[in-house]
Design a protein around this ligand. Structure first.
Ligand code: G6P
Ligand code: MN
Length: 436
């Protein structure tokens, strides 16, 4: 079994305990060193207390380092897992609330909230890559920093040779839910999926144990029974109710749930509370739990246990790392330059398609069929608007940003696009590059 050194960038995230537990329990490799890196020392301290407890309580033999210094964080590591959130949950709240104030979808990665976050991430993530290239040019970056298409497009333009794998857990989340709802095992699946990040469709799901494409029967089951949302929080349960609606209206493919924001923007706005959004739920839930758990451990270090466990979000990151380490050629949905993967979509799009992962990196598949006009049309507009936003970032161009905002499919006209853009410029301040 190989031993690796791992840094988690953005360690203060509420996802960290689950990822670390999955990582430590992996039987594929041994983590000899784990470094928690965050630019917020208070959050990093809290997380360090929790992870230190997990390590001691579980009797894991690893060196745990907590640092806000990039040199200590990155020098000599094998992998950097990046989950940074520039502006933290407080700015997510603003991304969600400003568009809602104007009657538009207010969401973390989709619509204008996603563009606001995108402008911050392009800047913050580029700074992170600079540091990793300086201190750990040998390291693989497993990136799940949102919004992923925009981040991946930026990296590809600025750092074409970066050792980076851009991954999102949403397709795995969808597949887990399908398996849980209708009793399948996704280990048996070969999936055909295409799209942009948080913007795609399944074309088929071949089940090896059954010897056939089971997508038609899954579509039928979704329509007849809906998903099993037991144990989910209300927001995710509603998301999967909306996903069923998408399947009812467009029953030919399984859509990514995030398409709800583009296909039913008015409905989403009606379902939203402009004064209490998902960011508020996370702050009052996942983030509060971190604070409380850290406090509990500080007050009582002999505590028996805490309420965290490994999860599928952590598992896919571990699986990707293992596929690189052992040259396994396992297949994952990843975010890559199109370059022929989707033959009838512009070649310079940044797409999400099945890819094989090995010691050399990512090898996307070529789908080998043309995607339907409905999907292509939606994607072309989305690609163009995301590219315009990335242009705006590199060129400091207000004009390009306004074009990006206007073209976004959650936006009905240029007037409201401009109003939201101006509000977001003010709210983001130095988190964004200056737009002239
Ligand atoms: C999924 C998506 C992520 C997104 C997350 C939001 O995992 O793939 O990109 O950040 O959901 O979940 P949350 O519970 O934070 O709203
Ligand atoms: Mn995602």
């Amino acid at each position: 079994m190989k031993s690796i050194k791992v840094t988690i960038a953005g360690a203060g995230s509420g996802y960290t305990p689950g990822i670390v537990l999955t990582l430590l329990n992996s039987d594929e490799f041994n983590v000899e060193e784990l470094r928690l890196y965050d630019i917020d020392p208070v959050r990093n301290d809290d997380m360090h207390v929790i992870i230190d407890f997990i390590v001691n309580n579980g009797g894991y033999d690893i060196e745990l380092i907590k640092t806000e210094d990039p040199k200590i964080a990155f020098t000599g590591v094998d992998f950097v897992f990046s989950q940074i959130r520039v502006g933290k949950m407080e700015m997510r709240e603003i991304d969600e609330k400003i568009p809602l104030k104007h009657g538009l979808v207010g969401q973390e990665t989709c619509g204008l909230g996603g563009f606001s976050y995108g402008m911050r991430s392009m800047k913050g993530f580029s700074e992170l890559i600079d540091l990793i290239q300086e201190y750990a040019p040998q390291a693989w970056i497993l990136n799940y920093t949102n919004p992923e298409t925009i981040v991946a497009e930026t990296v590809r333009r600025k750092y074409p040779d970066a050792k980076i794998v851009n991954a999102c857990d949403m397709t795995i989340g969808i597949e887990d839910l399908i398996c849980d709802s209708f009793d399948y095992d996704r280990k048996n699946w070969i999936q055909e999926y295409y799209g942009l990040n948080h913007f795609g469709w399944y074309k088929s799901i071949y089940d090896v144990s059954l010897g056939r494409d089971i997508m038609p029967e899954i579509l039928e089951k979704i329509q007849k029974q809906g998903f099993n949302v037991e144990g989910m929080d209300d927001s995710w349960a509603l998301t999967y109710e909306n996903m069923k609606k998408m399947v009812d209206d467009f029953p030919t493919h399984i859509p990514n749930n995030y398409l709800q924001y583009y296909l039913y923007p008015e409905m989403i706005v009606e379902q939203s509370d402009p004064n209490y959004t998902r960011a508020n739920e996370i702050m009052d839930g996942r983030l509060k739990k971190i604070k409380e758990t850290a406090k509990m451990i500080r007050e009582n270090p002999d505590l028996e246990g805490i309420d965290y466990e490994g999860n599928s979000h952590g598992q896919y990151i571990v699986d990707i790392a293992a596929s690189i380490l052992y040259n396994k050629n396992d297949r994952f949905m990843l975010i890559v330059p199109n370059m022929g993967s989707i033959p009838n979509l512009r070649q310079d799009a940044t797409v999400e398609v099945p890819c094989y992962v090995n010691a050399k990196g990512v090898e996307p598949i070529r789908l080998g069929f043309n995607i339907p006009d409905f999907h292509k049309g939606l994607m072309e507009a989305q690609v163009a608007s995301e590219k315009l936003l990335v242009d705006a970032y590199f060129e400091n161009s207000y004009q390009k940003a306004l074009e990006a905002f206007t073209l976004n499919q959650t936006v009905p006209n240029a007037k409201v696009a401009k109003a939201v853009l101006d509000d977001l410029i003010e709210a983001n301040g130095d988190y964004w590059v200056e737009l002239k």
